[in-house]
Ligand binder design. Sequence first.
Ligand SMILES: [Mg+2]
Length: 350
Amino acid sequence: MGAPSGSVIERYDGVICDLDGVVYRGGDAVPGAPAALQDMVIRGVRVVYATNNASRVPAEVARQVAALGAPAAAMDVVSSAQAGAARLQAQLPAGAKVLALGGDGVVEALDQVGLAPVRPADLDGTGAADVAAVLQGYGRQLRVSDFETAARLLTRDLAWVATNDDATLPLPWGESPGNGAYVDLLVTATRRRPVVVGKPHPPLYRLALDHLGTSPSRTLAVGDRLATDIVGAATAGIHSAWVLTGVDRPSDLVGSGASPTYVVASLAELLQPYAVAERDADGWRCGGAFVRAGEDGLQIAQGRGTPAEAVRAGLAAIEEGAQDGRPTDRLREEALALDRLLDLAQASSR
Ligand SMILES: [Mg+2]
């Protein structure tokens, strides 16, 4: 069964899908996302969920996603912990001991590739001469003494892989230190740097492509964060769809260096006809929307266009402004109008 003509999804065989901000927010599904994923799978598109979260095991992530109504089994989830374990598997003999400085996801990922995870507590007061590497991922249960154990190991010339370097972890109250903050702690103490495998670095994308079995040119990465999901996809050489249901807003694109292939208001829009912004004599037209950059900012006429079409037309006008040398501050100011348009549209659809 083919996807609707003119949709983004009809150009791809596989999707590498981010989770937080795309499929769910907190404990709730993003409206329409589970149904859109079901639709994709029915149409023969393969979906793999790629998460930087290394603390949870894939089966647990899959259960959460499936409970929201989206198609997901444990084998449909790839984590940065798995990418890290794969990296170490390639360079260590089978059965080598690896310090699992992280949660259950890190321990399980090492186990699954035939390495022997050792928890920091197992090394308390004992010699650790036979530990061959450190795999560091987020783990809430980690103690200061666990980082001391890791720092002591890292004085030797053994391999150090970090699952991801996200500086922060979003919690209901705001931003908490993420794995990148704990990696920095060891970087400072050891004056060494780990190999990082999670988004925006390519290894997690390569692992996801392996799982899908699709070619990079027929695979689409979908995510809400410009600096990780969108930049990472470009680094890995695959197309990206930036979904505006998560943390980053249109104004965040200005000066970010990210360049998403597609911009959609939700996952469901990947299955609908996609209009590209085009220049005409007066401004930028996208589907039924029209935007012109004037003296006092963007003039936006959404008309019969969707909010995403208005955003795409607006982003094209801003991109043109950047090429014409308009200052970044002013462009960001202009883009705030697109943030507001989107906020209003999303508030009224809830
Ligand atoms: Mg996300």
